[in-house]
Ligand binder design. Structure first.
Ligand SMILES: Cc1cc2nc3c(=O)[nH]c(=O)nc-3n(C[C@H](O)[C@H](O)[C@H](O)COP(=O)(O)OP(=O)(O)OC[C@H]3O[C@@H](n4cnc5c(N)ncnc54)[C@H](O)[C@@H]3O)c2cc1C
Length: 306
C-alpha cells in the first residue's frame, strides 16, 4: 500500500512538474474569455485536469507521420483553442514508470466544430509518439489546454514569415489557416518549409490550395535539404527547391524592409534547425536571436520561436 501511495505521489509530482515546466516555458496555459451568447461551447477552457477524446480516424500520411482525428465529447462544440495554441497530451505508455506529457499543435483551427486534427511524427524511441501511433479508432487519449504559443491578433502585423522544419509545420499551418479563414484579417504570409526528402513534405496539397485561394496573400516555398532529389519515400520533387534553409534562401525570399518595419518571423522545427536559423535558446527560451536570422540583422523584436 505504501509503495502504491509513494508511486502515486511520485506520479502526481512528475505530472505536476511536467505541466509546470511546459506552462512556464515558451507558452502558457490560458483560461479563455467567457462564451458570448450563441457561440459554440468550448471543450478546453484551461480547466484543471485532463479530458479524454476518442480517436475517430487515422490516416498514414507518409512513412512516419499520421493524421489523427479526435472527436470532441460534444459534436457541436469547438476545441476552445485560440490562435495560436496547442493541446497537452497525457499518456501512460505500457512499461513507462511515469506518465508522459507532450504538446501537439492541432492543424484544425479554433472554428472547427466537433473534432481536432493532429499530425504526429513518429520517433522510433519516442514515448508519446510511439503510443499515439499505436492508437486505433475508438481508443482514447487525454488532453488539456489551450497552451498558447503566441496570442495572435488579426492585423497586428502587415507581413509575417513562418520558417518551419519537418513536423514544425503544424503550428504554422494552424496560424496560416486561421488567418486566411478570418475575413477581417489581411496579413500577408510567407512560408518557408524545409524537409529532408520530398516524401517528408507535409500538407503540400493543403498548402498549395490555400496559396491558390489566398489572392496572393500566401506564398509557400518548399526546400529539400538532403540527397539528389530522388526519393525512396515516394514523394514528388516538382515544385520543391533543393538545399537547406540558408542565408541565401532567406535573404532572397524574405523582404527585410517589410518585415523589419511591420512584420514578424516565426520559427518552428527540430532543435538543430531552429538553432541554425535563429540561434541557441537561452534559459527558459530567453536569448538573443542568432543563427542565420541574426546574421541577416533580425532581432528579438521581430523573431519568435514557437
Ligand atoms: C508546442 C509544441 C507543439 C508540438 N506540436 C507537435 C505536432 O503537432 N506534431 C508532432 O509530431 N510533434 C509536435 N511537437 C513535438 C512533441 O511534443 C514531442 O516532442 C514529439 O512527439 C516527441 O515526443 P516523444 O515522447 O515521442 O519522444 P521522446 O521520448 O521525448 O524522445 C525520444 C527521442 O526522439 C527524438 N526526438 C524527439 N523529439 C524530437 C524532435 N522534435 N526532433 C528531433 N528528434 C526528436 C530524439 O532522438 C529523442 O531522444 C510539439 C512540440 C511542442 C513544444
Amino acid at each position: 500500500m505504501q509503495r502504491l501511495i509513494a508511486r502515486r505521489t511520485f506520479v502526481a509530482a512528475s505530472a505536476g512538474l511536467g505541466i509546470t515546466a511546459y506552462a512556464t516555458s515558451s507558452f502558457y496555459l490560458r483560461k479563455p474569455e467567457l462564451l458570448d451568447d450563441g457561440a459554440p461551447k468550448r471543450t478546453f477552457t484551461g480547466q484543471i485536469g485532463f479530458q479524454k477524446l476518442t480517436l475517430e480516424s487515422v490516416e498514414q500520411v507518409n512513412h512516419n507521420v499520421k493524421r489523427l482525428r479526435f472527436s470532441l465529447p460534444e459534436r457541436d462544440a469547438v476545441s476552445g483553442l485560440t490562435l495560436n495554441s496547442a493541446l497537452l497530451s497525457y499518456s501512460w505508455p505500457s512499461g513507462a514508470l511515469i506518465p508522459v506529457l507532450r504538446p501537439y499543435s492541432p492543424i484544425s483551427t479554433p472554428s472547427t466544430v466537433g473534432h481536432v486534427d493532429l499530425l504526429v511524427k513518429h520517433y522510433p524511441s519516442g514515448k508519446a509518439s510511439s503510443h499515439i501511433h499505436s492508437l486505433a479508432p475508438g481508443d482514447q487519449l487525454s488532453f488539456r489546454g489551450p497552451l498558447v504559443h503566441f496570442a495572435w491578433t488579426p492585423n497586428a502585423f502587415k507581413n509575417i514569415a513562418l520558417i518551419a522544419g519537418g513536423a514544425g509545420i503544424t503550428p504554422c499551418f494552424q496560424l496560416i489557416k486561421g488567418i486566411l479563414e478570418d475575413p477581417k484579417d489581411k496579413t500577408a504570409i510567407t512560408l518557408i518549409v524545409g524537409n529532408r526528402s520530398p516524401g517528408d513534405v507535409l500538407l503540400k496539397e493543403e498548402l498549395a490550395k490555400l496559396e491558390r485561394e489566398s489572392g496572393r496573400r500566401l506564398r509557400v516555398v518548399h526546400t529539400i535539404g538532403e540527397g539528389d532529389g530522388s526519393d525512396e519515400q515516394g514523394g514528388k520533387k516538382e515544385g520543391l527547391r533543393s538545399g537547406r534553409i540558408t542565408k541565401e534562401l532567406l535573404g532572397e525570399v524574405l523582404s527585410k524592409e517589410k518585415l523589419a518595419r511591420d512584420g514578424k518571423i516565426f520559427v518552428c522545427g527540430p532543435p538543430g534547425m531552429e538553432e541554425a536559423v535563429a540561434g541557441k535558446n537561452g534559459f527558459f527560451g530567453w536569448g538573443k536571436t542568432g543563427g542565420i536570422l541574426g546574421e541577416l540583422g533580425y532581432g528579438n523584436e521581430v523573431v519568435h520561436k514557437f
